[in-house]
Design a binder for this molecule. Structure first.
Ligand SMILES: Cc1ncc(COP(=O)(O)O)c(C=O)c1O
Length: 438
């Protein structure tokens, strides 16, 4: 059954937006055809658009709102800080409290620096690894997204004809990426330790770091095998390269982040999203000897860390409350609801013979239409026609009041209930059935 919402105000706003911003939006990720939805407000697990429609929010501003919208304790903490000023060119106690809260969660977080985005956290991690090792090369995994800096963008979304035969090729993402960047990035396959190690061994004396997201959203959102991460750990220990876990999205998986979840210890971790309590944030945390490259005590540090709004007290205070509200119980509750969504959907998809699957871990999930098994970027890859089917699925869910990201990605916040998840499962089945019978 087709369902349609009224979206007249959003459509009109988009007409105006197109005259002001390229394509009408600052964030390319928010674009959807024929136009983005414009939000009026959010409350708990729900957002409301300007046309008066309400959606269960399973996108949570790209996985950053771990407690949904406008949690009263975060509103209270931020309001109190607002009245005292938003940022100063002096340090604050909130920065210390926030560092201590993070340090208490994971043994590898020996030292911490704050930035404003996950992009910056990754950028500083790569600089730190180069400065610490004195080596130029960065190894990253095919299809993994690590923000928008030049090196991190390599091979984020290569088309099959560019994949390379033996080792994955270094493929530019933005047009204009300099060859020097591509030459300094080695690309690894995900979840294939033998092939990854063969590539790494070739460059080990010039390698500064191995950067990996253990549950990469754009490489299928299939969790890494523990053996894969452990193998990378052993290689880095042996070769002296820095092992960097990008936990910007996946820190939510356990109270102590992916280090606890997978039982493998990185040298550096990039953090962001949920640790800001809904405000801009990025952080780099890790081994104190590596983080020492940022130490300004004896004059100019090896790598300069800073930023006008880095460690601003609004993000620090909001983040502190968000972390406080996200204890082991809350983590396991939303992880269980995530299991329920994935397991019920996958059982049903197998039984109905529909070629699709739902990957993910904990409270993260991703629908793959046209693929029944996904374990890396290549097995998740679908062509434009198949991507359009996913977009249709996401649109049809929105028409039923469920908001996920156009690529089929979503997450749970602590504001959702088991009933919300059951409603999402029912709506997903309904939509998939009607799409597959077209
Ligand atoms: C794994 C990962 N790393 C880095 C980033 C970049 O973070 P930000 O958007 O805050 O720059 C993202 C954002 O989606 C991400 O998912």
């Amino acid at each position: 059954m087709d369902v349609a919402l009224s979206l007249h105000k959003s459509a009109a706003l988009y007409e105006q937006a197109k005259t002001l911003m390229p394509g009408g939006s600052t964030r390319a990720t928010l674009f959807r055809k024929p136009h983005p939805f414009y939000v009026s407000h959010g409350e708990g697990a729900f957002i409301h658009d300007v046309d008066g429609n309400r959606y269960l929010d399973l996108a949570n501003n790209f996985m950053s709102l771990i407690h949904g919208h406008a949690h009263p304790r975060i509103v209270e903490a931020v309001s109190a800080q607002l009245a005292r000023g938003t940022c100063y060119s002096m340090s604050t106690e909130a920065e210390i409290a926030m560092s201590a809260a993070l340090q208490a969660r994971a043994p590898s977080f020996e030292r911490i620096c704050f930035a404003n985005t996950g992009t910056e956290a990754v950028l500083f991690a790569l600089k730190a690894a180069r400065a610490h090792t004195g080596r130029p090369l960065v190894a990253k995994v095919e299809g993994c997204y690590h923000g928008l800096s030049d090196f991190a963008e390599v091979s984020v979304a290569p088309e099959p004809e560019a994949w390379g035969d033996t080792a994955p090729a270094s493929v530019p993402y933005s047009i204009g990426a300099p060859q020097a960047v591509l030459d300094n990035v080695v690309v690894l396959p995900f979840n294939d330790l033998e092939k990854a190690l063969a590539i790494l061994e070739e460059v080990s004396d010039r390698l500064a770091c191995v950067l990996v997201d253990p549950v990469p959203s754009r490489a299928g959102l299939a969790p890494a095998g523990t053996g894969y991460l452990q193998g990378l750990r052993e290689f880095c220990t042996k070769s002296g390269a820095v092992l960097i876990f990008d936990q910007v999205m996946s820190f939510r998986l356990a109270h102590g982040g992916v280090e606890e979840y997978f039982g493998v210890t990185p040298d550096l971790s990039c953090l962001g999203k949920i640790i800001g309590g809904g405000f801009p944030i990025g952080a780099l945390a890790g081994r104190s000897d590596v983080m020492e490259v940022f130490n300004p005590q004896s004059g100019r540090p090896k790598v300069f860390f800073g930023g006008t709004f880095a460690a601003n007290p609004i993000s620090m205070n909001a983040g502190l409350v968000a972390l406080d509200l996200y204890g082991p119980q809350e983590v396991s509750l939303i992880n269980m609801l995530g299991d329920r969504l994935r397991d019920e959907m996958n059982d049903w998809l197998r039984a109905s013979g529909i070629e699709a699957c739902v990957t993910g871990a904990g409270s993260l999930f991703k629908f793959h239409l046209g693929r029944s098994e996904v374990h890396d970027y290549r097995s998740a890859w679908v062509n434009a026609a198949q991507r359009k089917i996913t977009a249709d699925f996401v649109d049809a869910l929105a028409m039923r009041g469920f908001h996920i990201i156009p690529s089929g990605l979503g997450c749970l916040s602590t504001a959702v209930t088991a009933d919300d998840i059951d409603a999402m499962i029912a709506a997903s089945k309904d939509v998939l059935q009607s799409i597959c019978s077209r």
